[in-house]
Ligand binder design. Structure first.
Ligand code: PLP
Length: 381
């Protein structure tokens, strides 16, 4: 199998599983328990939190463990919006993940918020000037993803934060896809809240974290025993928190080398696909793009048929976001970039991993060319 769907999920790393193992077995205590097992679990949780805070460049008290990227986005957006007295207006973009867009829609439906959705250009990049033009005195929050999950565009977050600062508006960023590939230094980004998810970088599914800058009011969404300083109740997933910290540490120490190597592989892959499949269209920007992201439309085919063909050759990739359950509509991201719906239906996303190799990618290019020819042949017969 050639796995090129790392934007959907990744395997748990052996080192991560080994770090987690004690807390799934002998050291299984509840961190709220006042006995030795509980103390040991609490200490593991504290250490994991401190490690994540070190990598993000923030205080440990500013990290909240969640069940993943979706919950982190929900907590950031609803939590800040419902707690902040500034007003009832949110600025976001048309290419956000559903976890962000649906959280905004919920606030619109049930809490009288107004949402301004700023568009993107043909490369999928937002304009800082357009975001700034959407700010109002009652804007409570601006939420813009750091990197897109479907076509890899990396947004100018520092500049957006700069523009928001003039209005005193907090900015949240969904860094689920960026984690492991881009620096997540929250002070450098100037960001007020940032979401990450473990399963995109070698930790298990079902663990994530949210950074919220100290002093930003946050209304909890999950009520109960007051864990996570009252911001997210529920017995903590100690083993997975340890796994998340371990995966983030490994990603952080290998990031620069991996990013350089994978960017070079990715650039060659894109060049070869565009030359061997002349009808292919790259989606997303050529620069300002996540190292691991290569995505195309293959007009005259269907993305699903290409996936099936590639699947027969043992190549695993996806037709776009893997996160919308049973959704056959063309991607809202590609539509926002001005791609026609019938072309958007032909999208295929290749998510490289740190382990991707040149030989593998060369094989994938020839299989793509064969798959496109086969699907087009079927269509014309
Ligand atoms: N945000 C982005 C950009 C994503 O790509 C994903 C998942 O693919 C999520 C949020 C949701 O994360 P999770 O699967 O951990 O809920």
């Amino acid at each position: 199998m050639i796995y090129l769907d790392s934007a959907a999920t990744t395997a748990v790393r052996r080192e991560v599983l080994e770090a987690m193992w004690p807390y799934l077995t002998g050291e299984f205590g509840n961190p709220s328990s006042h006995h030795e097992l509980g103390e040991s679990a609490k200490s593991a949780l504290d250490t994991a939190r401190a490690e994540i805070a070190r990598i993000l460049g923030c205080r440990a008290s500013e990290i909240i463990f969640t069940s993943g990227g979706t919950e982190s986005d929900n907590l950031a957006i609803k939590g800040i919006a419902l707690a902040t007295p500034r007003g009832r207006h949110i600025v976001t973009t048309a290419i956000e993940h559903e976890a962000v867009l649906e959280s905004c829609r919920y606030l619109e439906r049930h809490h009288g918020f107004e949402i301004t959705i700023v568009g993107v250009d043909a490369d999928g990049l937002v304009s800082v000037a357009e975001i700034a033009a959407a700010f109002r005195p009652d804007t409570t929050l601006c939420t813009v993803m750091l990197a897109n999950n479907e076509m890899g565009a990396v947004q100018p977050i520092e500049e957006i934060v700069g523009a928001a600062q003039d209005f005193g508006i907090p900015v949240h960023t969904d860094a689920v896809q960026a984690a492991g590939w881009l620096p997540l230094d929250v002070a450098g980004l100037g960001i007020h809240a940032l979401s990450i998810s473990g399963h995109k970088l070698g930790a298990p599914k079902g663990i994530g974290a949210l950074y919220v800058r100290g002093g930003i009011p946050l209304e909890p969404l999950i009520h109960g025993g007051g864990q996570e300083r009252g911001r997210r109740s529920g017995t903590e997933n100690v083993a997975s928190a340890v796994g998340l910290a371990t995966s983030l540490r490994i990603a952080d120490t290998t990031r620069a080398v991996n990013a350089e190597r994978v960017t070079a592989l990715r650039d060659d892959f894109i060049r070869d696909v565009l030359s061997d499949v002349p009808s292919a269209v790259l989606t997303g920007p050529v620069r300002d793009r996540l190292p691991a992201s290569a995505s195309f439309c293959f007009p005259g085919t269907s993305g699903e048929s290409i996936l099936l063909e590639l699947g027969r050759s043992g190549i695993v990739c996806s037709a776009g976001s893997a996160c919308a359950v049973g959704d056959d509509d063309p991607s809202h991201v590609l539509i926002a970039m001005g791609i026609e719906p019938d072309v958007a239906q032909t999208a295929v996303r290749f998510g490289l991993g740190a382990e991707s190799s040149e030989a593998e990618l060369r094989q994938v290019v020839s299989e793509i060319a064969a798959a496109v020819a086969a699907v087009r042949g079927l269509g014309s017969s």
